[in-house]
Design a protein around this ligand. Structure first.
Ligand code: G6P
Length: 613
């Protein structure tokens, strides 16, 4: 977590950095800070959001500078306050650092530095890093970049850092290991940031750094070296991102914009991959590994949060269409067991950000045991796609609201395509079934568009009705059990109302004890193979006076009679129904949170990219 941004060039660094920090705020918003070379090396920092920092500097007349660094924090070491906010000075205040990541051996490094006479202002691990750099620089009498490189050999943990120094007002030194860092290359100017969003309005030329690389920008030139001091030729890529994609575009919140973008994001995820008229479905990343996939003994899916829920849907998809046994694992659990994995296994890592620390660690572990790893990610150029053997992007475009929405539907779509491709190649689905399924998949964007048009107002009304509930239960079966989990997670994340998702039948083994006339129960109950069963479950809740909200297939009358509210979604093959049924649940959590006055895009304590374990 944490977002970092730095600038050197002909513009006013303050404005570039403040704008950049606002774009990176999804990565953490406990405090914000900036350091500028404006006469001296001055650090300005404040607990709270970037807007609070900006407000505190409204009457500060001396922010004129063409070089600076900035940070938005998700607290790990030390509570969120002004002192623990970044940037952190070195002891002599000639240098300052911004850091995203965690230094695992900071306590021993700190002890050592204290014994050498250093004193520390904050409780952070990051301050230790800059003191270490300072110590090496003084002791070895070397350049700043050499000191950073040597410090990297002593520091254990994950980091993306940028260091600014009084000694040269054209110089920024940055390094990465385990946390993302992108260099933006403009005309006589350079940007450094945790992702490309602070950069795209100035330049589309970027260099994604690899682990163990040190960047030196000095005198208008960019140099990259490895930690072993070998030169690297920067690989400049062109960003496939437009400024409009990272702005709210008239919507009140990013989350609402992203929910409403789903018809487009789903079309984008299928573009060039599916052509139902020609019975064509291809994912470029699968071609090379098709044989391995067909012969896989087992698929293990790893992910966290919403991505893990998409993995659960994929379990049903792969088992049904490709007849391969699937296990879905929380990446954080998988990595600390001693999992049985071998070269006949396929591991699929699902991640919107492509940066989740636990998922990355799970990948490394599975790789070390010889498995083939596929990534299903959204952020192009992020760490997970680079750590995997192959994969498929979901092409949902930047997702900025902390609660994931369009990424989930994109992930399920891509995983569905994978399952169909493997099933067809293995012969576990017939050609006519394959044709039927890709026709169904192609119809999804229009159906999602229809749901958004027809249900938003109704869901807003339902949200108003239930916003004061203390608990919610979400129940589904089969393909829609993971949707129950996802619906409950969405509500918890942004409205702070306790919610649980359960398999509808399992409700009898505990949660039914919670049912009374206060308890809203959301059923995800489209017309599918478990329809009759879920109708019985609805009866059981009704008999106990629970308040029933049901997501049903258009034309359903049976469940309407039993429920207080029904929300209609179009008919679709049940395997793809999660992509439709989740949409009203995203809207429900959004409208409940808005009516409770919650901070929808930046809910408390959460961050979008969890780059610490
Ligand atoms: C955080 C986010 C969730 C996300 C999860 C996994 O908790 O708030 O929205 O589902 O991380 O993130 P990933 O980027 O790996 O999908």
């Amino acid at each position: 977590m944490c977002g970092i941004v730095a600038y050197v060039g002909h513009r006013q660094a303050y404005q570039v950095i403040i704008n950049g920090l606002k774009r990176l705020e999804y990565r953490g918003y406990d405090s914000a800070g900036i350091a500028l070379l404006n006469g001296g090396l001055n650090v300005y920092k404040k607990k709270g959001k970037v807007a609070d920092l900006e407000a505190s500097l409204k009457n500060e007349g001396h922010l004129n500078s063409h070089i600076g660094i900035g940070h938005t924090r998700w607290a790990t070491h030390g509570e969120p306050n002004d002192t623990n906010a970044h940037p952190h000075y070195s002891a002599n205040k000639n240098m300052a650092i911004i850091h995203n990541g965690i230094i695992e051996n900071y306590a021993s490094l700190k002890q050592d530095l204290i014994s050498k006479g250093h004193t520390f202002q904050s409780e952070t691990d990051s301050e230790v890093f800059i003191h270490l750099i300072e110590h090496i620089k003084d002791y070895e009498k070397c350049s700043l970049d050499e000191a950073v490189r040597l410090a990297m050999t002593q520091v254990v943990g994950a980091y993306a850092i940028v260091v600014i120094s009084k000694e040269d007002s054209t110089q920024l030194v940055a390094a990465r290991k385990g946390s993302p860092l992108v260099v933006g290359v403009g005309e006589g100017e350079y940007f450094l940031a945790s992702d490309a969003t602070p950069i795209v309005e100035y330049t589309k030329k970027v260099v994604y750094l690899n682990d163990h690389e040190v960047v030196v920008i000095r005198g208008g030139e960019l140099h990259i070296r490895t930690v072993e001091d070998l030169p690297i030729t920067p690989y400049i890529q062109t960003l496939d991102m437009e400024l409009t994609q990272i702005e709210k575009g008239g919507y009140k919140h990013f989350m609402l914009k992203e929910i409403f973008e789903q018809p487009k994001s789903l079309r984008d995820s299928m573009r060039g991959r599916i052509n139902a008229d020609k019975n064509h479905l291809v994912l470029g990343g699968l071609i090379e590994y098709q044989q391995r996939l067909m012969n896989a003994q087992r698929i293990v899916i790893v992910g966290c949060g919403t991505s893990w829920h998409a993995g659960l849907v994929a379990e049903y998809l792969f088992e049904e269409f490709a007849r391969i046994p699937v296990e879905v694992e929380y990446a954080s659990e998988f990595r600390y067991r001693n999992p049985v994995i071998n070269e006949n296994d396929i591991v699929i890592a699902i991640s919107q950000s492509g940066e989740t620390a636990d998922t990355l660690a799970a990948i490394e572990l599975a790789k070390s045991k010889g498995a083939i790893i596929f990534g299903v990610c959204n952020v192009v150029g992020s760490s997970i796609p680079r750590a995997t053997h192959s994969g498929a992007y979901i092409h949902a475009g930047p997702e900025i609201g902390v609660a994931s929405t369009k990424a989930f539907t994109g992930q399920v779509t891509v995983l569905a395509m994978m399952a169909l491709i493997i099933g067809r190649a293995k012969g576990t689905i017939t050609e006519s079934k394959f044709q039927e399924m890709i026709t169904e998949l192609s119809s999804i964007p229009d159906k999602v568009e229809h749901i958004l048009k027809t249900t938003d107002e109704q869901v807003r009304y339902i949200a108003e009705e239930f916003k004061d509930a203390k608990n919610f239960l979400y129940l589904g079966r089969g393909y829609n059990f993971p949707v129950a989990l996802e619906g409950a997670l969405k509500l918890k994340e942004i409205s702070y109302i306790h919610a649980e998702g359960y398999p509808a039948a399992e409700m009898k083994h505990g949660p039914i004890a919670l049912i009374d006339e206060q308890m809203p129960v959301v059923f995800i109950a489209p017309k599918d193979s478990s329809y009759e069963k879920i109708v019985s479950n609805i009866q059981e809740i009704k008999a106990r006076k629970g308040r029933i909200i049901a997501v049903v297939t258009e034309g359903d009358t049976e469940i309407s009679r039993l429920s207080e509210f029904t929300i209609n979604v179009p008919q679709i093959h049940e395997a793809f129904s999660p992509i439709l049924t989740v949409v009203p649940l995203q809207l429900l959590s959004y409208h409940v949170a808005v009516s409770l006055g919650k901070d929808v895009d930046q809910p408390r304590n959460l961050a979008k990219a969890v780059t610490v374990e």
